[in-house]
Design a protein. Structure first.
Length: 466
């Protein structure tokens, strides 16, 4: 069996760069803007003749450091706990910082084998940082340049020295460190009626489901979003077989995710997957407030995708589209314009729907996706005052009044918002039965425009005014 390596260190020492170097792919994870990389990922990596898995924690700290030091520490600890070997990375160019010592302390306490990677060793002045790294007391620093691919043979030797040949080359039995069992990951959910909560309350967990065709990338997306955070939240009582949810938080916003096939697959429940996924999808849609529709951007908008979207809208839930596998797209700008145009054309029921290109595999776009989810949730919860609605109605009646039917003009007297989640309006009019559907659609589009409610279903009920 292969071993797992966690790359640990304070932000900016070059963990992502090293990760990419080991994984041997341009994952586009490195960026100087904080918060570009995010959740932990595990990828197959290679260092000459050594084959192992590497856990990436890079970037998490940048985003979390200012607000959630505890969480950053928890994530680091999870990575360490899961790892067989730690690459404790420092920046030899800048030398040791107080944070290096904090991280080193965590690593030391874990008692796991460590290799100290003195990165940026090719830079001028790196020699000083190299020497300082001895002070960490974690052993000999190995000078490496992740960016330029230097020092890797020494790193290989250091790995073998730290683990021993047998382990490094996978000749030893894996210890019974099983994957997290399904029962630990999946927790039961008591289902309350989403309509029971009339006003927007962002302290309650937002309920999200992820749906899409098989192979669109749902499991990958969910894992990228949640990473190992589910281990932080832990299981709750009342595990049920048919409703699956997990709590996590995104930059402090509490979320509850309902998963369908994704987690089941992770839990290795293969039986009847196809049959279940339709049923589960439906159930998840009903329980959720926001439904992320994962589309494979290389084959978007198959009939089934449109059916799912239509179902979500009819159920009164708010859809957000993730155009996944964006890393495989050659002309992203052109394609995005085309796909957004298609979205508007094929799904006019929820005009202005959020549609975000993402790569579940690299983590790109996940921030934007979650921003879109949160924004859509807000719109879904929005309420317009009766005063504003009736001022809007005056304008409508002046410029585009209802048509005459059988020689008699239809009259609208009054509009009020009867509900939220999704926004629902009651229109009092003279002859509801005679009102053409096209005019109701016009009202709903106009409401959407006037009160800035893109991408959510809008319900209109007609009522006799006297
Ligand atoms: P992390 O997120 O803390 O793991 O750090 P990154 O991998 O994002 O790297 C932080 C910065 O250091 C980026 O600007 C990298 O280009 C730069 N960097 C990474 N490795 C090296 C290296 O070996 N040499 C030099 N000079 N710069 C590096
Ligand atoms: P699911 O059936 O919808 O849960 O799909 P999976 O998450 O199992 O993904 C199906 C396949 O697509 C797997 O081989 C993934 O590695 C791959 N995949 C998922 N997301 C991406 C992505 O963003 N880019 C690329 N290139 N492949 C992806």
């Amino acid at each position: 069996m292969t071993f797992k390596v966690a790359i640990i260190g304070r932000p900016n020492v070059g963990k992502s760069t090293l990760f990419n170097r080991l994984v041997g792919r341009k994952l586009a994870l490195v960026d100087d803007t904080p918060g570009v990389t995010r959740d932990r990922r595990v990828h197959a990596a290679k260092l000459y003749d050594l084959h192992f898995d590497v856990i990436d924690t890079a970037g998490f700290e940048d985003a979390a450091a200012s607000t959630l030091p505890g969480r950053m520490r928890a994530q680091t600890e999870i990575a360490i706990r899961e790892a067989d070997l730690i690459f404790f990375t420092i920046d030899a160019k800048s030398g040791l910082m107080p944070d290096d010592k904090t991280f080193a302390e965590i690593v030391r306490k874990s008692g796991k084998p460590v290799v100290v990677v003195a990165n940026k060793a090719e830079a001028r002045g790196a020699q000083g940082g190299m020497l300082e790294a001895w002070e960490l007391g974690l052993g000999e620093p190995i000078p490496v340049s992740a960016e330029h691919g230097q020092g890797l043979p020494d790193l290989r030797d250091a790995v073998i020295a730290a683990l021993g040949e047998a382990r490094a080359f996978g000749e030893e039995e894996e210890d019974a460190d099983e994957e997290t069992a399904a029962s630990e990951v999946l927790i039961g959910e008591d289902i309350t009626d989403p309509d029971a909560e009339p006003s927007y309350d962002d302290t309650k967990p937002m309920r999200i489901a992820v749906v899409g065709r098989p192979n669109a990338g749902k499991s990958t997306l969910i894992n990228a979003l949640i990473g190992e955070e589910r281990l932080l939240t832990g299981p709750e009582a009342g595990i049920t077989r048919d409703s699956i949810s997990v709590d996590w938080d995104w930059h402090g916003r509490r979320l509850k995710l309902f998963d369908t096939a994704g987690m089941r697959r992770k839990a290795r429940i293969h039986e009847k997957l196809e049959v279940m996924s339709v049923q589960d999808g439906l159930r998840a849609i009903r329980f959720a407030e926001i439904v992320i529709i994962v589309l494979d951007a290389t084959i978007p908008f198959e009939k089934q995708d449109l059916q799912i979207a239509d179902l979500i809208i009819r159920e009164g839930r708010a859809p957000v589209i993730a155009f996944n596998k964006w890393d495989m797209i050659d002309h992203p700008q052109e394609l995005l314009a085309e796909l957004r145009e298609k979205t508007e054309r094929l799904l006019p029921q929820a005009r202005g729907m959020q549609a975000v290109p993402v790569s579940a595999e690299t983590g790109r776009g996940l921030d934007k996706l979650m921003d879109a989810v949160i924004r859509t949730h807000r719109v879904w919860n929005s309420r317009v005052s009766t005063g504003k609605l009736n001022r809007w109605l005056e304008g409508i009646l002046a410029h585009h009044p209802p048509p005459a039917v059988a020689g008699r003009r239809l009259k609208i007297k009054y509009v009020t918002q009867a509900k939220t989640r999704p926004p629902g309006f009651v229109v009092s009019c003279s002859r509801p039965d005679a009102m053409p559907q096209s005019y109701v659609r016009y009202l709903s589009n106009s409401l959407r425009e006037a009160f800035d409610m893109p991408g959510v279903p809008i319900r209109i009920a007609l009522r006799t005014s006297d």
